[in-house]
Every structure is written in structure tokens, then in C-alpha cells.
Design a binder for this molecule. Sequence first.
Ligand code: FAD
Ligand code: NAG
Ligand code: NAG
Ligand code: NAG
Ligand code: NAG
Ligand code: NAG
Ligand code: NAG
Ligand code: NAG
Ligand code: NAG
Length: 632
Amino acid sequence: MRSHHLLGAILSIVSPSVSAPTESARAPRHATIVSRQTVNSNYTFIIAGGGIAGLTLADRLTEDANVTVLVVEAGPFDQGQDGILVPGAYAPYYYFWPNLVTVPQTGLKNREIPTIAAQVVGGGSVINAMVYLRGDAEDYDSWGALGNANYSWKNMLPYFKKSENFTAPSAALAAAGNITWDDSVRGHSGPVQYSYANYFYPGSANWWNAAKEIGLKPTKDPMAGKKPGIFWMPSDVDATTGFTRSTARRNHYDRVTASRPNYHILPSSMVSKVLFTGKRATGISYVPTAGGASPSSVYASKEVILAAGGLNTPKILQLSGIGPKKLLNQFGIPVVEDLPGVGQNLQDQPTLTVPYTFSNNLVPNSGSLMTNATYNAEQRALYDGHQPSAYSIVSTLSTNIGVLSLQDATSSYQQIVKEAKQQDPALSLPADVDPTVLRGYRAQRDATLKQFESSTIGVGSLHWGTADSALVYHFKPLSRGSVRINSTNPLDNPLIDYRTATDPTDVKVYTALFRKQRQLFSAPSMQALGPVEVAPFGGNVTSDEQIAAVMRDQINPSNAHQCCTAAMLPRNLGGVVSHEQKVYGVTGLRVADISHWPMQISGAPMANMYGAAERLADLIKKEYCLAGACSK
Ligand SMILES: Cc1cc2nc3c(=O)[nH]c(=O)nc-3n(C[C@H](O)[C@H](O)[C@H](O)COP(=O)(O)OP(=O)(O)OC[C@H]3O[C@@H](n4cnc5c(N)ncnc54)[C@H](O)[C@@H]3O)c2cc1C
Ligand SMILES: *[C@@H]1O[C@H](CO)[C@@H](O)[C@H](O)[C@H]1NC(C)=O
Ligand SMILES: *[C@@H]1O[C@H](CO)[C@@H](O)[C@H](O)[C@H]1NC(C)=O
Ligand SMILES: *[C@@H]1O[C@H](CO)[C@@H](O)[C@H](O)[C@H]1NC(C)=O
Ligand SMILES: *[C@@H]1O[C@H](CO)[C@@H](O)[C@H](O)[C@H]1NC(C)=O
Ligand SMILES: *[C@@H]1O[C@H](CO)[C@@H](O)[C@H](O)[C@H]1NC(C)=O
Ligand SMILES: *[C@@H]1O[C@H](CO)[C@@H](O)[C@H](O)[C@H]1NC(C)=O
Ligand SMILES: *[C@@H]1O[C@H](CO)[C@@H](O)[C@H](O)[C@H]1NC(C)=O
Ligand SMILES: *[C@@H]1O[C@H](CO)[C@@H](O)[C@H](O)[C@H]1NC(C)=O
């Protein structure tokens, strides 16, 4: 959640060194890292992208010994650096996708803004800020109501539980820190390890008590489908390994390598397109991510599954001839299927940093690891000795957070909804939008405005890392952006346009969240620390217009939660995939990654991606009677 701090680092990325893979041309008894030279010519399933969705599916599908799976991943294996595995040493820029930048953002003073996505085996789970939260019940029920049969919180909950293994904090920490949960909604035997940091900064109590002073209430369990309130943030730390990160590479590949000769990963290789025989997907072509070689092909007897993330799955579809006809024609790409929704409907969760100085802040705080070498050495020794330590908290973050419904944020919520309903939805989309995409957007907009009137679903969140800034997140933008190829070279990045804050409602919601942040810092328990909000905000920035003007300068359009660019919606609503995540108009092709979401959820994506991939794995197993799915 702190990607804004990392943006400076994006410019200093060096090519990560590639580990020497274990190569073998003979049939091994364990899962294998293959190369261009040793990869087989065909597999049962080919998965394009080895991130959260890709590796979860590969693990579950290879449970059937008769199935072979190849995962083709653009990035390398990580080297187990502290910056990846140790929360308090968080610095994951080795595996940022190179040179990603937006087109000028018209709602944000035409800034061209560096943006982040993962390029590594394990995808976002290797480099993200480790916040592990599900969406709220109304998120999934809304997806169901948008024409996705059987999609609901009730049907997703078993998959969330299947995906994870929760380790409870010690009773003493839970009591001292105000950690609460409901064990019945938590999974206890799945592969993703998660728990809580085992330490907290004293200032967290000031924040917690101030939140209560302005009327926010503790939420017993944020994983139970109704987040609004304040709570500790679950984190995908592995309590059995001394609080290191539980990545998809570790929990869905390393965990099973010994027993899966049918599970292959081809790293550092970029899928360039899906190959078709008529309308049937039969394989993929790929090139080395480093360039310098012509494309190679590999074939799938059952399906190709795209799992390349919210920015790259639409790019692969477009390069393959599936997308808006006009765009494909522009690049001379033969049209396999004219699907106007591909690359439309881009949504993220913008972030805003509000800087403060303090006359009386408490130490230690999250800045102390940087400013106090003695404290740093002491905490690192405790962490290495598996004792409670600040190193169990992701660097610059703290342990608790507040999620707000729109009525938590402002008493004018009904007015905001009323004004949004009066606005023509077409004004929130590019002028040349396809009519089906516009119809789908209208349906999404109605669903979101219904959520805005509910007290049990979040629209944004407030966090204080206990040092020099507060963070305000916006979960539910009405603005919609796009991803479009800019050339036919698979190594070129697409044009990324978030169109953040182009819908006026988004600015009103964000202003309400910002004012709530101010109110929280004005409550007695925070005032005890002497906070002073400073430039570019500050005491002279008071009217809605002044706040909006500074926000347009400061908002980061992305928290690296890019989604919804191959949306699971009916085709006449601009959808790209069915509720079984099959791409419309062709056979043998699905989308597994976050691109398939119709809309953003009131949380962070990771836990939802693990759960959604478990659901999809079951659908596929049932369809082909794999791993005993039909004999149950
Ligand atoms: C810096 C950062 C911080 C974040 N913080 C949080 C957080 O705290 N909590 C949270 O819940 N979420 C967080 N997220 C978001 C979360 O990690 C992602 O939403 C999630 O990983 C998406 O899962 P996915 O399976 O859809 O795609 P990903 O996990 O992104 O995987 C996609 C994979 O596909 C590969 N790929 C792309 N194109 C190709 C191609 N052409 N050929 C082959 N491979 C390709 C990529 O290299 C990548 O490994 C963060 C993300 C980032 C980057
Ligand atoms: C699939 O690959 C195997 C070994 O790599 C080969 O023997 C077989 O002929 C291939 N089948 C097809 C349909 O290409
Ligand atoms: C694998 O295939 C063989 C031969 O078709 C069959 O007998 C066996 O039951 C299959 N195994 C599984 C796990 O489906
Ligand atoms: C919905 O779920 C029910 C019960 O699990 C199942 O019988 C039915 O086939 C599902 N329908 C769809 C369209 O997936
Ligand atoms: C779940 O976590 C506990 C530690 O709390 C560990 O002992 C157990 O082995 C884990 N189970 C799985 C399936 O990972
Ligand atoms: C926990 O809650 C109690 C009671 O409201 C409060 O006194 C205490 O400061 C809180 N501590 C933290 C770490 O939130
Ligand atoms: C630095 O950390 C040490 C060890 O925790 C502590 O004793 C000392 O007071 C700290 N110094 C400052 C200036 O906070
Ligand atoms: C898009 O392509 C044009 C023409 O090749 C190039 O000048 C421009 O830099 C590209 N834009 C991006 C964002 O890559
Ligand atoms: C507020 O004051 C700061 C610092 O003096 C200044 O930079 C900023 O432009 C002022 N903002 C407004 C809206 O007046």
C-alpha cells in the first residue's frame, strides 16, 4: 500500500540477475524450471503469467498427475533478498516492470506518472505491501447481480478459507494491541500463510483512540464481509518461518515441487500472443524478456489461461487479435474476435499522502528504523531471534487501519449520490466509447451508487504509519480508464490511461475522506502528539476547491491494484469473459487474473486473487473431470 514511496526507485531499476535454473532434458520426478531449450512442445494447459492467479491455478491443476502445465512468466525467480522477504526491510524494486508510465492524466494536471506492476515469479505477492484483506460481502453480491450466475459472498467464502492458513497472534499481544477476529471465517489449512505483525508502535494507540473519539468503531473481523470500522491489518507473513513473506512462489510452487513432475515454469519469457486454429486457442508464442530472439511456440491440448495481470492481459489479447476492431486494424492485426471491452474499464485505487510534522510524537515510531541505528540493530537482532520486533511490520506502515463507508466519511453522502445520479454516465467515458461498454458502465455505476448508500461496505481508508505522513486511499472510483497497445512489439509497454478523477463524484468522495483524516488528527488522542499538517496541504487549504486543487497535484492514480480490463460481464454489457472466465467468441481461452473483475472491491486485491483462483481451479477441474472432481 506504500507504492508512492517506491516511485523514486523505479528509475534506478537495474536488470535483475537471473539465477541459474535447474535444467533437465530427462523426465524429472519433481517440478521443473525449463528453458527455451528444454521446454516440451505441448502441455495440457499453458498459463501466461506466473503471478498470484497463475501459480495458484498451476498448483491446483497439477494435483492431477495426468495433467501437464506450463507457466510462462516474464520475470525471473526472486533471490530471497531481505527487501522481499523481511517486512521491515521492504524494498522490492528489483522486480518492478520496467519503464511503466501513464499517458498525461487530464484529471491530475496532465501529469505523466510512473506506475508499478510486478515482473517476477509470484507476481505481486513477491513485491506488494503484504496487506491481506478480502472485499466486503456487497462487492461479490454486486458482481453476481451484474449477470454473473452464482457469484456471491456466500459462494466465495469457502474459497477464501481454502486458500489460506491463519496463525493467531499471542493472547498477550491481542489484548495489548486490540486485535480481534472471528475464527469461523478464517482458513486454517490452506497454502497462503498469514497472521499479524507481532509488535506495534505506541503511537498506534493514539490513532486508535482518536478514531474512536470521532465515532469510528472497532470491527471484530475485517475478513467477515463487513469492514467499515477500525482494525488490525492481517498480513501474509509466515509465522512458522520467523515472519517472512508468504509469496505465491513459496506457497504454490516451492511447497509442491518435490511431487509434481507435471508442473513446469519457463521464467524470463514474455508471452507475445495466443495462437489460434480458427476460433480455437491452441497455444502461445513467446520471446525472451531480454529480447534478442525470434518467437518460439508451444501448444496446449485443452486450454490457454491468461494470468498476466490487469495491464498485460489486455495487451496479450489485443496482440492476439481479440479486442476492439478499430484498434486492431490500426496496427494491422488480423481480427480473431471483435471484443470492444478488451482494455476498457481500467480501475485502480488511488492513494494520497498527507504530510505532517509533530511537536510531541512518540518514539519509537515507524521512522525510528531509519533514524536510530541502535534501535534498528536491536530490532533486527530480535527479529532474527524470532522475537517480537518492528521488523515484522512492513517498513513505513503501522499495524491498524480504518475503512470508511461513505456515510462514515460524510453526512452529505446522500447529496453526493443524488448529484452522481443526475450526471450523464457517458461523460465519464471517452467520447468514442462502444455502446456495449457504455451500457456495462451504467450498470456498474448504479451498483456502486447503491454501495455508497450502504453502511456496511467501504469506499476508502485511513492509515497512519506513526511517523511523518498519513495515507488516504480511495477504493471505489467511478472514473474508468483504458489500456491500449502502442505497437505490435510484445516487449513494448501499452498506453496506460487511468483517467483518475475525471468523474466529479470521485473528487467529492476523496475530499470527504480527506476531511475525515483531518478530523481524526484533530481528536484529543492525536492532538496529544502535536500534529501539524504541512504543505502542499496545511491550515490555509480549507475550501473544497482548494482541497481538490491540491489533490489533483498530489493523487497517485495507482496503488498497483490495476483491474477489470477483461471484465467478467455479459457480452452486451461490454464484457470480455463469462462467469466461467471464458473469453467470448473463441474456445480454449480463459482469463484468471485480476483483469476479470468487473469492479474494484472495498479492500486490497491479494486475498481476493488467491480465492478467485481457487474458485476457477474448481470450475476447470469439474469441466474436465480432473483430480477426481467428477467422482465426488
Ligand atoms: C508494489 C505493490 C504493492 C501492492 N500492495 C498490495 C497490498 O498490500 N495488498 C494487496 O492485496 N495487494 C497489493 N498489491 C496488488 C496485488 O499484488 C495485485 O493486485 C495482485 O498480485 C494481482 O494478481 P494477478 O494474479 O492478477 O497478477 P500478478 O500477481 O501481477 O501477476 C501477473 C504476472 O504476469 C506476468 N506477465 C505479465 N505479462 C506477461 C507476459 N506477456 N508473458 C509472461 N508473463 C507476463 C508478470 O510478470 C507477473 O508476474 C500491490 C502490488 C504492487 C505491485
Ligand atoms: C506432445 O509432446 C510430446 C513430447 O514432448 C510428443 O511426443 C507428442 O507427439 C506431442 N503431441 C502433440 C499433439 O504435439
Ligand atoms: C490418468 O489416466 C489414466 C489412463 O487414462 C487413468 O487410468 C487414471 O485414472 C487417470 N488418473 C487420474 C488421477 O485421473
Ligand atoms: C450454481 O450453483 C449451483 C449449486 O452449486 C449449481 O448446481 C449450478 O450449476 C451453478 N450454476 C452456474 C451457472 O454456475
Ligand atoms: C498453519 O500454520 C500453523 C502455525 O500456526 C502450522 O503449524 C501449520 O503447519 C500450518 N498449516 C499449513 C497447512 O500450512
Ligand atoms: C486499545 O484499546 C484500549 C481501550 O479502548 C485503549 O485504552 C488502548 O490505548 C488501545 N491500544 C491500542 C494499541 O490500540
Ligand atoms: C534509539 O534507540 C535506543 C534503543 O531502542 C533507545 O535506547 C534510544 O533512546 C533511542 N534514541 C532516540 C533518540 O530515540
Ligand atoms: C507510443 O509509440 C510512439 C510511436 O512509436 C512513441 O513515440 C511513444 O513514445 C510511445 N508511447 C509510450 C508511452 O510508450
Ligand atoms: C498555503 O501556504 C503554503 C505555504 O505558505 C503555500 O505554499 C500554498 O500555496 C498556500 N495554499 C493556498 C491554497 O493558499
